[in-house]
Design a protein around this ligand. Structure first.
Ligand code: APR
Ligand code: PHB
Length: 393
């Protein structure tokens, strides 16, 4: 039997960042991860960080490589009707965003955690959580063929959408809200220079497309595809042709093609559970909510949960007061629903839902309105750079 203060299930960005921030404040944790280290480090995910996320990563002591290698973007483009309209984030919302892959964030956190001797257990199987309603939680798991038991004060469920933590809460105590979109994103990563300096989201009658990047020599492109699309139906040549067909001409002409180094399909969904706390279990990040990637909010939202939870745990251990912990779910959900709304709205504005020409005209009118309205542009910019926090860092 082992004891720790906080048992963290999942070594994605949420679990690693929480464990690192707790460590810097003298709070002990053990992280249990189902996959291997190399598997976790190789996952390709989104790549835009809000300023608030960058500040939290600095606070966690993992800002050095980020500061050096990130690309700072003061705006992004909206492609529609043959043009590429720029949303000036810096001027409209006073902030920029940082392009830096989540894969890199995960590596930096993993290095920092392992360098400070973290208790990080990879390939932990059959993880179960019990005693969360009685204040004496126990986490059981198997590792290397042996059964283990971990006693703790709190459990942080950082185990993503498919994790077991959310399922450990009695069904009657939790409510789920969900919207599944009738399409997915087909993504390609390629070592070619990006077509544009800034990210471009493009609305097109053939379906959505977007241009992003990981560096000045590595591009990330996506096109909307059917939910049940087969990856092997998409040769690189077919992908590049379809991408270019959906971009404004000036952007399409600037696309450099090349062999893909990764190609994958992701479904799009909005999902939220309420509440995010049950007894001594706290759900964090993708375990509690999913947003569609339009707007790049998934990782930023997870970091926002971690920020609230670590501050609450620090207060609890420092002063004995559980007040912030008790408000964890309420504090997080106020932000989450606003971000869920923004991600849903932006997805609805940019994607093709069906063949209804009326719906497409309405989207184009909405985009045209945006180009003439400072108020509408400010609204999208404020949401894109990240909403303000209740408490200072
Ligand atoms: N036991 C242990 N670990 C588990 C279990 C389990 N039963 N189930 C899942 N995990 C691990 C997964 O292997 C994964 O490493 O939990 C981790 C969850 O990580 P993520 O899915 O990346 O979720 P999170 O850390 O909340 O990251 C925030 O926001 O939109 C996204 O792409 C973004 O993944 C990012 C996320
Ligand atoms: C990405 O670079 O992978 C990316 C960028 C912005 C998004 C989604 C994904 O909105």
């Amino acid at each position: 039997m082992t004891r720790t203060q906080v048992a963290i299930i999942g070594a994605g960005p949420s679990g690693l960042l929480l464990s690192q921030l707790l460590h810097l404040h003298g709070i002990d944790s053990v992280v249990l991860e189902r996959q291997s280290r190399s598997y976790v480090e190789a996952r390709i995910r989104a790549g835009v960080l809000e300023q608030g996320t960058v500040e939290l990563l600095h606070k966690a002591g993992v800002g050095e490589r980020l500061q050096r290698e990130r690309l700072v973007h003061d705006g992004f483009g909206l492609g529609f009707g043959g043009r590429n309209f720029r949303i000036d984030l810096k001027r409209l919302a006073g902030q920029s965003v940082s392009v830096y892959g989540q894969t890199e964030v995960t590596k930096d956190l993993m290095d920092a955690r392992l360098a400070s001797g973290a208790k990080l257990i990879f390939e932990a199987a059959d993880v179960t959580v019990s005693g969360i309603d009685g204040g004496r939680p126990t986490v059981r798991y198997t590792h290397g063929g042996a059964s283990h038991e971990l006693h703790c004060d709190y459990v942080a469920g950082c185990d993503g959408y498919h994790g077991i933590c959310r399922q450990s809460v009695p069904a009657a105590a939790i409510q789920a809200f969900e919207r599944v979109y009738p399409f997915g994103w087909l993504g390609v990563l390629a070592d070619v220079p990006p077509a544009t300096h800034e990210i471009v989201y493009s609305n097109h009658a053939r379906g959505f497309a977007m241009c992003s990047m990981r560096s000045l020599t590595r591009s990330r492109y996506y096109i909307q595809c059917a939910s049940d699309e087969r990856l092997d139906a998409w040769s690189d040549a077919r992908f590049w042709d379809e991408l270019r067909a959906r971009l404004p001409a000036e952007v399409a002409e600037a696309v450099t093609t090349g062999p893909s180094i990764e190609k994958s399909i992701a479904p799009l969904r909005s999902f939220v559970v309420e509440p995010m706390q049950f007894g001594s279990l706290f759900l964090v990040g993708d375990a509690a909510h999913i947003v569609p990637p339009t707007g790049a909010k998934g990782l930023n939202l997870a970091a926002a949960d971690v920020r609230v939870l670590y501050q609450a745990l620090v207060e609890r251990y420092r002063t004995g007061s559980g007040e912030l912990l008790e408000r964890y779910s309420e504090t997080c959900l106020r932000r989450i629903w606003k971000v869920v709304r923004f991600s849903w709205w932006f997805t609805s504005l940019m994607h093709k839902f069906d063949d209804d020409p009326f719906a497409h005209r309405i989207q184009l009118a909405d985009l045209d309105y945006l180009t003439g309205s400072a108020a509408a542009q400010t609204s999208i910019a404020e949401n894109y750079v990240g909403l303000p926090f209740e408490r200072p860092l």
